[in-house]
Design a protein around this ligand. Sequence first.
Ligand SMILES: C[S@@+](CC[C@H](N)C(=O)[O-])C[C@H]1O[C@@H](n2cnc3c(N)ncnc32)[C@H](O)[C@@H]1O
Length: 267
Amino acid sequence: MEWTDDEKWKQRLLRRKRWLKPLFEQVKPGKIVEFGCGSGFVLEDLSKEFPDSQIVGIDMNQERLDAVAEKNLDNVETMKADITTQIFPDQSIDTILYVGVLHEIFSLSGREKVLETLKLGHKALKDDGILIIQDFLKPPPEPVTISFKNQKTEDIFFRFTREFRIRNIEYEKIKGGVMLDIGDAVEFLTKYRPPSEGDWIEEMGETHHYFTKEDFHEVASEAGFTVKDSIKLLNVEDYFAEIREDIEFDFDENERAWIQLVMEKRM
Ligand SMILES: C[S@@+](CC[C@H](N)C(=O)[O-])C[C@H]1O[C@@H](n2cnc3c(N)ncnc32)[C@H](O)[C@@H]1O
């Protein structure tokens, strides 16, 4: 089945709407800040779910903040700022959210910047506050194989190994395909059919699958947090249906998941 871009976008939004339920179950009302709020996908439902809270969305993209403003959400204000810098006074926030944003910071500036950002979150959070991350998850290292069903797909894979700027993609050629680490395989499968050449170039500078669950727990601990809850958010739609027309792979589709981490300050 061939999905249109519009249908794919709707699927993606539906999936992410489902993931807001476990997110909101963990939110502590009061002052709630979403760092990297984009156009307000999370803020919109947050505002309905927590009408008595004071909600703030931070982003550095003015167009997206304008889109939030157009939603006229009663208890939401926005601010243009870089979330890798200190924005709020110490111990002033009840709930901090980072939804689908830390992978952008990792892609641009690496692990140290993610750690620094979380340390700033730690400072701004009240002692009994909650910090929640939802982001892409990298599966634990494991060699897997992918096989190409046509020459075009094989060529795109080798282009990916040459042009992906985030890390070196190591692979071994086997009959009809390659053997490589599952994290790199998943990264390739999610990138190999970009809507345009411009999107491809952008994707080559961005990683989605950057931290395993252990990596997330490690950086959380270094930033001074205890992980209170850690769950895997699964895709329910057949995300790989189209990809299987071009590529065969020997791992479970649920390896392409997100993580939700709920963290408290370590006392
Ligand atoms: C993928 S979007 C996610 C938006 C929203 N959280 C959601 O779930 O729909 C990531 C957002 O983070 C913002 N962002 C990335 N790095 C940032 C930074 N250093 N400071 C502020 N915003 C940042 C981007 O502008 C973008 O709007």
